[in-house]
Design a protein around this ligand. Structure first.
Ligand SMILES: Nc1ncnc2c1ncn2[C@@H]1O[C@H](COP(=O)(O)OP(=O)(O)OP(=O)(O)O)[C@@H](O)[C@H]1O
Ligand SMILES: [Mg+2]
Length: 1160
């Protein structure tokens, strides 16, 4: 489908696909497909190629879009397409749903029922605005309500001028400026740049069947080019239309297109650039701003482009017709002289200006000042001057030739400024104009005096005698203007001639050519003169040619197709051509006769002569010949011709003069002696010696036209008929009256009538079958027989009536548009069903494809994953083997000094030891454990252990509070006193010392008894044993910094006080009992020793020792302890080890203290 779709195109839409589901489809559809899709493609290819619309996705992909079936007709899952209803007869009225589609919907956004079903990459990025422009001819059939018909032959009411104009208007309003009448292209000037001449479009039209693309000047060009190249038949493209209708633009587009058609090499490029560059030069010298057109061609132009056998341009030749020389000396207000005058004044450099003695302001020159509009906004004279200078270079004009050209242009300006004074009926050059004469002479390189004389005198040769007579002022002005016109006119001819030399084919055999005729169309003005007469005569000739060739073509086609020729009635305008050109009887000859006859011929006598000679002619009327009604519309000095395109009334004034185009001999002579390169070559001396009178303008024109006709007749013609939609050069303005006028005088209705006399539609069999095969079960999806049989089968199935169509050898001919449209409408309906079928097939295929892809992906992924896993395991094992091997080698060599074999092992041992250390660090300072180091790390281990200990100690110290510190110091003292001396010492270690062991606060009574309110540093419950009798009594022991107090636990009375100063010792046994004795003298009031037992004996003794400062007085006794009693007696305390701890008074009177021994 790719290429077919590419060519057949489908309308191109820049519209973004706004709907989400469409977007999805785009993405989906853009994937690359193969396999079964080819079948689908084959099946649907032809059907959708023509009507598919093309849009460009964001990704630059081109997507073909076709109207999708309405939802209920779609095969969405369960819904099957409905069975196709039998088709209605071809000419039965069929409603086309597309006809109801609104213009807006069509243009601005994709209708919602559109589905995207096909995509392929675009050769070039498409541009906005392309959609309407590149729309296939056939697809436009579906949009005919909106865009009208693209070929007027499809107009149902083809004889109606209104229908014709309405079709033009419809299309114009859609910016579709081109429409065909068969193979004739009608072009309406859009007066705005259109985006339809891009390289993309040029490429699109190349080698494409004429009817496959929308009408375009490129299609005409391509058709002509292909026929020329493939069939070696010379071609010509005739472009006509009124001033400003776009002829020159069209011819430029054609030339441009032809220049890109062929292959490129340096030589071809060279000639192409020359062909293209000839345009600006000729336009500068031959175009001017007029009321109708800012760049109006004031000459007719026929250009041959010559091609070699490969179709590459190798040269060209230009023929020019009837330059409007009168413009050189006179312009109507609001019009300009030829562009070159203004370009020279604007663009020439100062040096050249001073050489030409010119001033920049155009108002200084009579020949430029009359129009009063030297400046035109649409024209840039300065730039244009540079362009033509470059173009002249490309065309190989020498510097001398270019200078000569500019000098002539300048000389014309100076010539126009020459004024004359009257002296007794004789004209003299005005004094102030002498300088101009000198300048003209200098520029043209001739004798100033001779020129002066030639401008004011006339030499007449009679009976071989020359007589020189002076001119009057009017005659002198006439002579001056005649000289200006002649100089300019001949310069123009020379220019064309020199360009032709530059374009001429050298050393190459020309194979074929394409001619391009850009010539003025029919002109009807308020006042029509000699020029209009010539122009309209030219158009009569072209019309005649057109009719002849069109009929010939038709006849040839019918013959070739084996179809019987049916004669066509048409108006043969030969009678009008004869009226103008017939020898001795035609208007031109009558005019010539009148010009040449002796006596005093005038325009009036010429008119009389006409009345006498052609007065009877049905196409000629004058005031005198007309009836009373006609007389009112024709003046005495006018004649009217009934042209094929309409009636034109010509004023005879100036006819003879213009026909004569007389230049006095003296001026010719002066010019022939001039040395200016161009003048020298255009005013030949031989001209002076010729006896024969030069041919009149009319005769010259007639013979050049006849030559042109011969040229054109020998070629296969194509036509471009240009129409301008309004007089104000405005885009979007379609003035019906103006267009009607042009349709009439371009003879378009006649064209259409001739074309439609036979069949409205013709297409080759294969194209017809390809498009409509889906309408008949026998031809769908493939017709295996010949295309011709396919057409027959289709026509029968579609129930075409016998007179509606003919099947030729290669083409089918359909007589009436309605037959075709009915078929087209049926096709549009059928497309919905096809779209549904296609969509279902496509979806199925896509799912199938997706499933396969996923299945393959699963297999691939799982096998890959397994592979990766196995690989990883292998690597892991390999690594493990390496490690083990290294470890064993290291182990074997562990005893050796460090070497590569054991380095890792040793490192491992070290690291693992360090790890062990880290994990088993001692948690406190008392924990002296440390992992056993390997031999090599013994020293390190010690160091580490020490460091760790220091670290722990430091941390411990940092954490120690003053209270704790004091308690520790007390412990230290306790250690000094009891360590290894008393059995219960070990147990005391577990209990930290405290200042208060009382369960409740000391009673105030006790506190009151403490001397001087000293602070109680330690207090605890004790059991006190009397010195006499050893009765046990519960007491509270309170120790201050000065004394130890013993209070009654119950009533709080002070029972005993031993000042530290009198404390003579503290005794305690070495066993695990808790008894201790504070020794004090028994004198004065003192009671003597204090025997007490405290659960916290070590703590209490330590505190007392510290507070009293009598550590040294602490005595650890074994077995016996004597204590002082009153009256100098001594008591005995015995310490023994027994099964149960107890303190009892023995019969001996001693106090027996039993302790359980170390095991406690
Ligand atoms: N196809 C076009 N697209 C855009 N503008 C156009 C087109 N054709 C013509 N024009 C416009 O119309 C103007 C007149 O066109 P052009 O010079 O081709 O007319 P013409 O028929 O050659 O007139 P004349 O007979 O006076 O030479 C152009 O300068 C251009 O502005
Ligand atoms: Mg033109």
């Amino acid at each position: 489908m790719g290429s077919a779709a590419g060519k057949h195109g489908g309308s191109i839409s820049p519209s973004p696909v706004s709907q989400d589901n469409n977007k999805t489809n785009i993405d989906d559809a853009t994937e690359k497909v193969d396999g079964p899709i080819d079948d689908v493609r084959d099946k649907f290819d032809d059907t959708f190629s023509n009507d598919s619309e093309v849009i460009k996705s964001d990704t630059g992909t081109v997507i073909f879009v076709s109207p999708a079936p309405e939802p209920n007709k779609m095969t969405n899952g369960s819904k099957k397409p409905k069975k196709r209803a039998p088709l209605p007869p071809a000419n039965a009225p069929v409603t086309n749903p597309n006809n109801r589609t609104s213009t807006k919907d069509k243009v601005t956004k994709l209708p919602s029922n559109y589905q995207i079903f096909r995509t392929h990459p675009s050769p070039k990025p498409l541009k906005r605005g392309d959609r309407l422009s590149i729309q296939t001819m056939e697809s436009a059939l579906t949009a005919r309500d909106r865009v009208g018909v693209q070929d007027f032959v499809l107009l149902e009411n083809y004889t109606s001028e209104n229908a014709f104009i309405e079709n033009l208007r419809k299309r114009f309003s859609e910016k579709l400026i081109y429409t065909y009448i068969g193979s004739v292209l009608v072009s309406v000037n859009p007066y705005r740049p259109l985006n339809i001449y891009t390289p993309y479009h040029q490429e699109k039209y190349q080698g494409v069947n004429f009817y496959e693309m929308p009408p375009h000047v490129y299609a005409i060009s391509d058709n002509a080019y292909r026929s020329m190249r493939n069939e070696y038949r010379d071609q010509c493209i005739l472009i006509s239309g009124e001033s400003g209708s776009g002829k020159t633009e069209a011819s430029k587009y054609i030339l441009q297109y032809l220049s890109i058609c062929s292959s490129n090499n340096e030589k071809v490029e060279y000639i192409k650039s020359r062909l293209l560059q000839s345009n600006p030069v000729l336009e500068a010298f031959g175009n001017a701003k007029t009321h109708r057109n800012d760049n109006s061609s004031r000459f007719g132009k026929y250009m041959d482009i010559q091609f070699d056998y490969r179709g590459a341009p190798i040269g060209g030749h230009i023929l020019n017709y009837l330059l409007e020389k009168s413009r050189v000396v006179h312009q109507a207000q609001g019009e300009r002289n030829f562009h070159i005058f203004y370009q020279l004044l604007e663009g020439a450099d100062d040096e050249l200006m001073s050489r030409m003695r010119l001033k920049r302001n155009p108002d200084n020159y009579h020949y430029l000042a009359q129009g009063k509009c030297a400046k035109v906004s649409s024209i840039n004279d300065k730039n244009d001057f540079l362009t033509i200078k470059k173009a002249l270079k490309v065309l190989s004009f020498s510097d001398e030739q270019v200078t000569a050209l500019f000098y002539i242009v300048a000389s014309v300006l100076h010539l126009g400024n020459i004024n004359f004074t009257d002296s007794g009926g004789r004209a003299n050059i005005a004094k102030e104009s002498m300088a101009d004469v000198q300048t003209v002479a200098a520029l043209l390189d001739c004798e100033a005096a001779q020129l002066e004389k030639a401008l004011t005198h006339r030499t007449i040769e009679a009976n071989r005698e020359k007589m020189c007579s002076p001119l009057n002022v009017d005659q002198a002005v006439y002579a001056r203007d005649a000289l200006a016109k002649a100089v300019y006119g001949r310069m123009f001819d020379w220019l064309v001639h020199t360009i032709n030399e530059s374009l001429s084919v050298q050393n190459q055999v020309r194979r074929s050519l394409i001619g391009l005729l850009d010539i003025y169309g029919f002109e009807i003005f308020q006042k029509n003169s000699f020029e209009q007469f010539c122009i309209n005569y030219c158009n009569e000739k072209l019309q005649q040619l057109f009719i002849e060739l069109t009929l010939k073509q038709e006849q040839e086609e019918y013959r070739a197709e084996g179809i019987a020729w049916e004669p066509v009635e048409y108006f043969n305008n030969k009678i009008i051509c004869d009226l103008v050109e017939e020898r001795h009887k035609g208007i031109i000859d009558i005019m010539d006769e009148e010009c040449l006859r002796p006596g005093d011929p005038t325009d009036q006598t010429f008119l009389k002569k006409l009345e006498e000679t052609v007065g009877e002619h049905p196409h000629f009327i004058t005031h005198a010949l007309g009836d009373s009604k006609l007389r009112k519309t024709i003046q005495y000095d006018e004649f009217r011709m009934i042209h094929y395109a309409g009636d034109v009334t010509y004023g005879v004034e100036g006819f003879l003069d213009k026909n004569n185009d007389l230049l006095f001999r003296d001026l010719k002579e002066t010019m022939s002696e001039a040395s200016n390169t161009v003048i020298k070559n255009t005013f030949l001396k031989s001209e002076l010696t010729k006896l024969k009178r030069p041919e009149t303008v009319g005769t010259q024109f007639r013979s050049s036209l006849n030559k042109l006709m011969e040229i054109l007749m020998s070629k296969e013609p194509s036509y471009v008929r240009c129409i301008k939609p309004n007089d104000t050069k405005q885009p979007d303005r379609f003035e019906e009256t103006l267009v009607r006028h042009q349709v009439k005088y371009l003879g378009l209705m006649e064209n259409l009538r001739v074309r439609r006399a036979g069949f409205a539609y013709r297409r080759t069999h294969d194209v017809f079958v390809k498009r409509y095969k889906s309408l008949c079960p026998d031809t769908w999806p493939h017709y295996r027989g010949s295309a011709k049989d396919g057409v027959q089968t289709l026509c029968q199935y579609l129930q075409y009536k016998e007179d509606e169509y003919r099947v030729g050898k290669t083409k089918i001919f359909i007589r009436f548009p309605k037959t075709l449209f009915a078929t087209e409408d049926a096709f549009q309906l059928r497309k919905h069903e096809l779209a549904a079928l296609m969509q279902a097939t496509w979806r199925g295929f896509r799912q199938w494809k997706l499933f396969h892809r996923m299945r393959n992906a699963v297999t691939t992924i799982s096998s890959q994953w397994k592979r990766v896993q196995a690989q990883r395991l292998k690597e892991k094992r390999k690594k493990a083997v390496d490690v083990v091997r290294k470890f064993i080698i290291g182990f074997i060599n562990r005893g050796k000094p460090r070497c590569p074999e054991n380095a890792n092992f040793l490192d491992y041992v070290r690291i693992s030891y360090l790890h062990r250390c880290r994990d088993k660090l001692p948690k406190n300072v008392l924990d002296k454990s440390w992992p056993t180091p390997p031999a090599a790390l013994t020293e390190t281990a010690e160091l580490l252990q020490r460091l760790n200990m220091q670290n722990m100690t430091r941390r411990y110290v940092k954490r120690t509070t003053p209270e704790k510190k004091r308690a520790m110091e007390e412990k230290v003292v306790a250690s000094e006193l009891f360590r290894d001396k008393k059995e219960s010492y070990e147990d005391s270690l577990k209990r930290p010392f405290t200042d208060k062991r009382l369960t409740e606060p000391m009673k105030p009574k006790m506190m009151a008894m403490i001397e001087g309110g000293e602070k109680v540093a330690y207090s605890c419950h004790v059991t006190k044993y009397d010195r006499h009798g050893y009765h046990a009594r519960e007491r509270v022991l309170a120790i201050t910094s000065k004394s130890s107090y013993l209070f009654d636990s119950k009533d709080g009375k002070l029972k005993q006080k031993i000042g530290h100063d009198i404390l003579t010792g503290i005794s305690i046994s070495n066993l695990s009992d808790d008894l201790f004795v504070l020794h004090a003298p028994v004198e004065n009031k003192e009671k003597g020793d204090m025997i007490v037992r405290s659960e916290y004996s070590i703590e209490a003794v330590t505190k007392i020792a510290i507070l009293s400062g009598k550590k040294s007085e602490v005595r650890i006794v074994t077995k016996n302890l004597a204590h002082e009693m009153a009256g100098g007696k001594q008591g005995q305390i015995e310490f023994i080890v027994g099964p149960e701890p107890s303190i009892t008074k023995a019969k001996s009177g001693n106090l027996i203290v039993v302790s359980t021994g170390r095991s406690r």
